[in-house]
Design a protein around this ligand. Structure first.
Ligand code: THU
Length: 191
């Protein structure tokens, strides 16, 4: 039986299954299946999640975040694409807001899981984020679309994205890595 908070580093991801894992400096890992006790869904204090992204690695908080994004995926409303996605967003205060993709018969009105999670957090008064975990059924790591990256960027570039695969592996990227040379709110004052 695997220890609850154990994280296995995989310095050599399979290049055939992981184009992202091949990138230099990629942080990769694995979450233990079913490692969290049921019922323990909400983290309520920042201290329980440690400080900074380094504090997340191997933490119960990270396992919870990874679990919440998988659970959110099960709620996806995606009858048109049949491509369920789940996201779980961790605030600096330790709260987690999840989201799933919500599609529409008017196709262009569909919204990605990542943006739903952000909208839920913002609408409850949270604007500072530490990390987001994203899950899909894809055999490769799920990566957010460009529109979602830009929406994330509105709230800073120095937070982590945990991009997962159904086999339990993940890689971590900062938003800065996913959206370099980005345009943000600060730029509006440079005119
Ligand atoms: N989708 C997300 O929700 N997040 C992503 O990171 C990629 C794509 C959704 C949008 C649409 O509902 C479906 O997946 C297929 O593109």
């Amino acid at each position: 039986m695997r220890k609850q908070t154990q994280r296995e580093l995989n310095p050599h991801p399979d290049p055939n299954t992981s184009r992202l894992g091949m990138m230099p400096g990629a942080r990769v890992g694995r979450y233990p299946d079913g490692a969290l006790r049921s019922g323990k869904y909400l983290t309520t204090s920042a201290s329980s999640c440690g400080a900074g992204s380094a504090g997340m690695e191997g933490s119960e908080c990270l396992q919870l975040l990874l679990r919440r994004c998988r659970e959110a995926k099960d709620c996806a409303y995606c009858p048109y694409s049949r491509f369920p996605v789940g996201a779980a967003l961790l605030t600096v205060g330790g709260e987690i807001f999840s989201g799933c993709n919500v599609e529409n018969a008017c196709y262009s009105l569909g919204v990605c899981a990542e943006r739903i999670a952000i909208q839920k957090a913002i609408s409850e008064g949270h604007t500072r984020f530490r990390a987001m975990a994203i899950a899909s059924d894809m055999s490769d790591f799920i990566t957010p679309c460009g529109a979602c990256r830009q929406v994330m960027r509105e709230f800073g570039t120095d937070w982590d994205l945990y991009l997962t695969k159904p086999d339990g592996t993940y890689i971590v990227k900062t938003l800065q890595e996913l959206l370099p040379l980005s345009f943000g709110p600060e730029d509006l004052h440079k005119a």
